[in-house]
Design a protein around this ligand. Structure first.
Ligand code: GDP
Ligand code: MN
Length: 402
């Protein structure tokens, strides 16, 4: 699950990481109130108005602006709230901004020369360790730094069993060229950031930029945080931060129905049980000259209700030209699934306008075949993988000619 910048900063702050402080607002009036309150709390004179969307590169897209007084806060907030923000990380049509973070200005333009660093914590799967990636070249696109000056990117691997060691935190501060007070601040920053990552079961904490102010404070100006969905059950407070407005609406609907669904770009909808079979099915579709339109795992109980929900979700995607159901009857018997498909089909009469290929294997596969054939519903029933691939190819060809 992705978090907004302001939510990530809340978590960081609770873990003892110094952050650029701010207050979130969803109307221009509240933005002004937020700015007033922020000045009471921090003494800041200027403010940064920052669009809160699940995408980076907001600065480049006009979603991060400096305001020098309350009128400017109001003006900028009214421009940014409601806009479609387009950044290099959003879809081409952009993302709608529902709220802004009114943050204290920590750069004091004209008065100082702050330094920007990059830092992220994530899992290094290859090494089976956590990893802190950091660079003295912060603020800009890290992919660009990696391409042009790869020697400016450093990596510290952390054994999850031992945790981050003091010498590692010091090495990071040293490699960033710090000394004195800033060095000490950075050591504390790194330790607290690593704790935030492990204590919250995150899969990513990315801070770009980490700022060194003119008075040698180290703080997080931005935050991109991803929390492992499988751990959310033990972080109720974080789970409550979910902003479904930022997510694909069909994926949200599927999740609510207990289906695991990921939208893709292709033309063949897939309904599968088990992630491994889903992967294999997607390969199969590719080999047959198609492209998967989605990943949909109906899980262990493929009954009529779930199959119907699955069909409905797949058919919301107008790109779908055919549906391949590929289910292995292990715990769930194939004939039960077949009955589910027949019932769902009959319930949805008139709503399904694309060919359906059903491959059922496993327990009672022969009964399943009989059931589907007797029902008279117009689906192509196959039992073998290759047959399924051929059938997909055939119906796509027919569609192309039609
Ligand atoms: P991103 O573009 O989505 O990564 O958003 P960031 O939160 O990183 O902000 C983008 C840029 O805005 C930063 O790299 C800074 O250059 C600038 N910025 C952020 N906070 C301040 C601030 O307090 N004062 C000034 N002057 N600039 C800021
Ligand atoms: Mn940033």
């Amino acid at each position: 699950m992705n978090l907004h910048e302001y939510q990530g900063k809340e978590i960081l702050s609770q873990s003892g990481v110094r952050v650029q402080r701010g207050i979130v607002a969803d109307t221009p009036e509240k933005a002004v109130e937020a700015a007033k309150k922020l000045t009471e709390e921090t003494g800041t004179k200027w403010y940064v108005v920052k669009a809160q969307v699940h995408a980076g590169g907001r600065g480049k897209g006009g979603g991060v602006k400096l305001a020098k007084n309350l009128d400017e806060v109001k003006d900028l907030a009214s421009k940014i709230i409601g806009m479609q923000l387009v950044t290099p990380q959003t879809p081409p049509e952009g993302k709608k901004v529902n709220q802004v973070l009114i943050a204290e200005d920590v750069y004091y333009p004209g008065e100082s020369d702050p330094e920007e660093y990059y830092m992220s914590v994530m899992l290094n799967r290859g090494q089976g360790k956590n990893m802190i990636m950091y660079s003295p070249e912060g603020g800009m696109n890290i992919e660009e730094v990696a391409e042009k000056t790869p020697d400016k990117i450093f990596i510290e691997l952390i054994d999850p069993g031992h945790g981050l060691q003091d010498f590692q935190a010091r090495r990071i501060a040293f490699n960033l060229g710090l000394s004195g007070q800033a060095f000490k601040e950075m050591v504390k920053f790194v330790k607290s950031l690593y704790n935030a990552y492990t204590n919250n079961d995150a899969s990513l904490f990315e801070i770009n930029p980490v700022l060194k102010t003119s008075d040698n404070k180290i703080l997080a100006v931005d935050s991109k945080v991803v929390i492992d969905d499988n751990a959310l059950f033990r972080h109720k407070d974080i789970a409550a931060m979910r902003d479904t407005r930022e997510e694909n609406p069909v994926e949200v609907e599927a999740k609510e129905a207990g289906l695991s669904y990921v939208a893709l770009d292709g033309n063949v909808g897939c309904m599968v049980n088990g992630a491994g079979l889903a992967m294999a099915t997607m390969d199969l579709i590719k080999q047959a000259g198609g492209d998967p339109a989605n990943f949909l795992d109906v899980g262990g109980t493929a009954d009529a209700e779930r199959v119907e929900k699955g069909f409905r979700i797949i058919l919301k995607d107008p790109k779908v030209k055919a549906i391949l159901v590929n289910i292995f009857g292990g715990i769930v018997r194939a004939d039960r699934v077949a009955q589910g498909i027949v019932d769902a089909y009959n319930n949805m009469k008139g709503e399904i306008h694309v060919p359906i290929i059903v491959r059922l294997q496993g327990t009672n596969a022969d009964k399943a075949k009989e059931l589907i054939e007797k029902s008279g519903i117009p689906v192509h029933f196959v039992t073998e993988f290759q047959e399924a691939a051929n059938k997909v190819q055939e119906v796509l060809k027919d569609k192309a000619h039609a």
